[in-house]
Design a protein around this ligand. Structure first.
Ligand code: ADP
Ligand code: MG
Length: 243
């Protein structure tokens, strides 16, 4: 089998608050292959967000190793880690995290401001990203003029604009109705088919059903890890908001 894109080896994460130690991850080992579409489930407090933060290089393990593309991230400086994050990872959030009075195009351009991409190319790449999520006709709309599903697609376009290998989404459908959620899952499935590794956190079995692999956490450990035939998500005919 190909070298895993992601490898966690006995990863522990301990939060220290004064004298209190909280073991949020208690020794997690995990491989993800390129193109894997994985859902992480588990009760509140089981360590899902902690694991996403580690996978996203927003935090480092207390013990154990995280290899990303074969590289041990503990050997990297903070600057190198930030660069790796920028080039390799895209993030999607439950509440979209968009600037509401700024056009979709400018929202999507934002991550490129940090990577010295010239203005014309920024524009072109942001447009291309928005076209990829079906919003090529909404470039100048502001998020506060868009439905929740459209806003989440702008956020996904923003996550894609640096051409990441991995997309990390913590409860991406938590604020969406079930019809719109399916649209977003259809988009993630399509991105997975282009080789992007998608990892989502969800507490809804109906959403996890669209993934090819379901990892369930409990008390900071992987309790089960199951591969399944994913349910095919269908995007709504035409885009929402069109008559
Ligand atoms: P989940 O996303 O599954 O709800 P989390 O990863 O957020 O779980 O949290 C796992 C455990 O770690 C919980 O007990 C939580 O209270 C604790 N925790 C999470 N983040 C912090 C933090 N920054 N400082 C202290 N404890 C934390
Ligand atoms: Mg969480």
């Amino acid at each position: 089998m190909a070298e895993p894109l992601v490898r966690l080896e006995a990863v522990t994460k301990i939060y220290r608050m004064g004298d209190v130690e909280l073991r949020a991850l208690a020794g997690v080992s995990l491989d993800l292959q390129p193109g894997d579409f994985t859902a992480i489930m588990g009760a509140s407090g089981s360590g899902k967000s902690t694991m996403m933060n580690l996978l996203g290089c927003l935090d480092r393990p207390t013990a154990g190793r995280y290899l990303l593309g074969g590289q041990d991230i503990s050997s990297l400086s903070n600057d190198e880690l930030a660069r790796l994050r920028n080039q390799t990872l895209g993030f999607v959030f439950q509440n979209f995290n968009l600037l509401s009075r700024t056009s979709a195009l400018e929202n999507v351009e934002l991550p490129l401001l940090y990577s010295n991409v010239p203005a014309a190319e920024r524009r072109a790449r942001a447009r291309e990203s928005l076209e990829r999520v079906g919003l090529g006709d909404r470039l100048d709309h502001h998020p506060n003029q868009m439905s929740g599903g459209q806003q989440q697609r702008v956020a996904i376009a923003r996550a894609l604009v640096n051409r990441p290998r991995i997309l990390l989404a913590d409860e991406p459908t938590g604020n969406l109705d079930s019809r719109t959620s399916e649209d977003v899952m259809a988009l993630f499935q399509a991105l997975g088919q282009t080789g992007i590794t998608v990892i989502i956190v969800t507490h809804e079995p109906d959403i996890a059903a669209y993934a090819a692999r379901v990892i369930t956490m409990r008390d900071g450990l992987v309790r089960s890890d199951v591969r399944q035939a994913p349910r095919a998500a269908t995007a709504q005919a035409g885009q929402e908001g069109h008559p």
